[in-house]
Design a protein around this ligand. Structure first.
Ligand code: GLV
Length: 327
């Protein structure tokens, strides 16, 4: 009998084809997330599941799927998974690191430049036919070259984003909640690890790449915005709840920072009231990994991980490898 697998939302075909070589595969083919009740119902008889960051993988999920032998997240961030609970039940869980690092770092740069040079706002001026011709005082933005880049969370994506700054000759500073030094950034860029509050005060651009944890939730709040340079620009391609979004709206209105580029939101798909009306924001719909190649690579990585779990082999990117030793 083939193992039964459920995929909670359609993913690129190569991932599905890989699963089909070994499993009986069922997929949510509707273009919408499953409700909680639907999810718990669909996984009832499944041996393995591939899910998305909006699927909560916790004790109730595991209770609903008594045959489960593995869960593969179609995302690098795994704040949706209760990993200790999976470990307690000896169920391996995995994520999709590395394959989306460059795409996400590139998007952080796209947002940074878009906010600094008002790309979206001024594109609208052109389209509306309101431009009356070149003027020395028109549409001034912010420089990037030589400005200080602050990275919050210098893991894989934070490191890649910072390394891409080389062409722009930016001093780089970083803060990590673990306090761990990043030797690549220090060696390649002469970057320095500094306390978070100091990073707020010194950075011209701040790019967020920290994982969402109880400690990092609302790291950016009214108090943090009050410490930032009034000319600073905040970029978030990590997780929305790193920022208390209502406080960001107020801080932008008060001019405590100069702009924000966001790909993620505190309560997706909603945005805080007032955010969309601010001209000094660029707002994208959580597309950090959204390139054809990257999404395909995520699909095949998630599929390989799940197949390994179902075969009692070691998945490439297991979040609780200690359960493998116990099997
Ligand atoms: C996307 O947000 C991811 O974590 O992969």
């Amino acid at each position: 009998m083939k193992p039964k697998v459920y995929v909670t939302r359609m993913i690129p075909r190569p991932g599905i084809e890989l699963l089909e070589t070994y499993c009986e595969v069922a997929i949510n083919t509707e273009d919408r997330p499953l409700s909680r009740a639907e999810l718990l119902d669909k996984v009832r008889d499944k041996d393995g599941v591939i899910g998305l960051m909006n699927d909560r993988i916790d004790g109730d999920f595991f209770d609903a799927a008594p045959n489960l032998r593995g869960y593969a997240n179609y995302a690098v961030g795994y704040d949706n998974i209760d990993v200790p609970e999976a470990t307690k039940r000896r169920i391996p869980v995995s994520n999709t690191p590395d394959v989306l690092t460059d795409a996400t770092a590139e998007l952080a740069w796209a947002l940074l430049f878009a906010v600094a040079r008002r790309v979206v706002e001024l594109d609208a001026v052109m389209r509306s036919g309101q431009w009356s011709g070149w003027g020395p005082l028109q549409f001034l933005g912010a420089d990037v070259c030589g400005k200080t880049l602050g990275i919050v969370g210098a893991g894989r994506i934070g490191t890649a984003m910072a390394l891409m700054s080389r062409g722009f000759r930016m001093p780089v500073i970083y803060a990590n909640s673990s306090g761990r030094r990043n030797e690549v950034l220090e060696k390649e860029l002469g970057a320095s690890l500094i306390p978070f509050d100091e990073l707020l005060e010194r950075s011209d651009y701040i790019s967020l790449h920290a994982p969402l944890t109880p400690q990092s939730r609302h790291l950016f709040n009214a108090k943090s915005f009050a410490r930032m340079k009034k000319t600073a620009i905040l970029i978030n391609t990590g997780r929305g709840p790193l920022i208390k979004e209502d406080d960001l709206v107020q801080a932008l209105k008060k001019g405590q920072l100069s702009g924000a580029g966001l790909d993620v939101y505190e309560f997706e798909p909603r945005m805080a009231e007032g955010l969309a009306a601010l001209p000094n924001t660029v707002l994208l719909p959580h597309i950090g990994s959204a390139t054809d190649t990257t999404r395909t690579n995520m699909a095949t990585m998630a599929a390989r991980n799940l197949l390994a779990m179902l075969r009692n082999e070691r998945p490439e990117t297991c979040l609780n490898p200690e359960v493998l030793a116990q099997r």
